[in-house]
Design a protein around this ligand. Structure first.
Ligand code: SF4
Length: 288
């Protein structure tokens, strides 16, 4: 039995579970019943941030069972907890918001929130991308239209925050090396030069009808191996690549906690205030 030596990051679910999109493959839906005000959530988030920082963690990800920007006050509260921790020394170089990006096309929304979120420590906004055109985005999100990606990224940058792309690998979408290469080139042309990818799947890490084929995923990994320079690997699989000066990252959707390993990929702060060693809570409880 190994002792834990490293806790790389914290992922926290925030928000009331509402969403302005309606994806067929939504993995957050099963967690929405828990998405209500919980007085212990802030305490759990603070403890998880401090624990990860003590164990060499460098990244906080804010996400939701819905769309976090649809409940902006909950995001402000989570960032206030982070700011308190950072002021006490539990600082993360990467504080990322994961979003479908829709509300960042709204100038008023950006003016109202982005400066204060940046001042509380947010430094990157990661936009979930199911394709590289607004039409592909609208189709995946089951919307009549999706706003201009250039408008979204421009608004975020105008407020001093970094933009990242989460290019999701999905059957019928980006599911092969050719489509991955084309998508990467288009996104880089649009100014999105830091792109993370993982295959969509079930919350327990298993495959579902929307997961790309194993062959397609292997093709994408091989394309990276042939065309980009590996900067570092992740102990849980995948890694970070330099592709002509752009950052490409490939990883898995979730990593099951293994008590025999001496690392934790991420502490997950659930909305019922449970903190677990992975998205799969069974056998991975850390704090209640
Ligand atoms: S945007 Fe995210 S939370 Fe909303 S329906 Fe799609 S996958 Fe679910």
């Amino acid at each position: 039995m190994a002792c834990i030596e490293k806790i790389y990051s914290v992922s926290a679910l925030i928000g009331n579970g509402s969403c302005n999109a309606n994806c067929d493959f939504c993995a957050g839906k099963y967690l929405r019943p828990e998405a209500e005000e919980n007085k212990d959530h802030s305490r759990s988030l603070e403890a998880a941030i401090k624990l990860s920082a003590r164990y060499g963690g460098w990244s906080l990800s804010l996400t939701s069972s819905g769309e976090p920007t649809c409940d902006p006050d909950s995001l402000t509260r989570a960032l206030e907890v982070y700011k308190k921790c950072a002021d006490q020394g539990a600082y993360f170089p990467n504080v990322n918001l994961f979003t479908n990006g829709i509300l960042f096309a709204d100038d008023n929304f950006c003016d109202e929130y982005l400066d204060s979120w940046r001042d509380l420590g947010l430094n990157n906004v990661a936009i979930s991308l199911h394709g590289v055109t607004e039409e592909e985005q609208a189709k995946a999100y089951n919307l009549e239209s999706y706003p201009s990606l250039e408008k979204i990224t421009g608004n975020i940058r105008d407020h001093g925050l970094g933009v990242r792309g989460t290019l999701l690998l999905r059957k019928g979408g980006v599911d092969s090396s050719k489509k991955y290469q084309d998508a990467i080139h288009t996104l880089i042309d649009k100014g999105i030069d830091n792109i993370t990818s993982w295959p969509v799947g079930n919350p327990d890490g298993s495959r579902n009808e929307f997961s790309p084929s194993r062959l397609g995923q292997l093709g994408i990994k091989t394309w990276l191996w042939r065309n980009a320079k590996k900067c570092h690997g992740h102990v849980w699989g995948g890694g970070v690549y330099d592709y002509k000066g752009n950052i490409l990252r490939i990883t898995d959707y979730v990593t099951k906690h293994d008590p025999k390993k001496d690392f934790v990929r991420q502490l997950v702060v659930f909305q019922d205030s449970t903190v677990a060693y992975s998205w799969i809570r069974d056998g991975a409880l850390c704090m209640k």
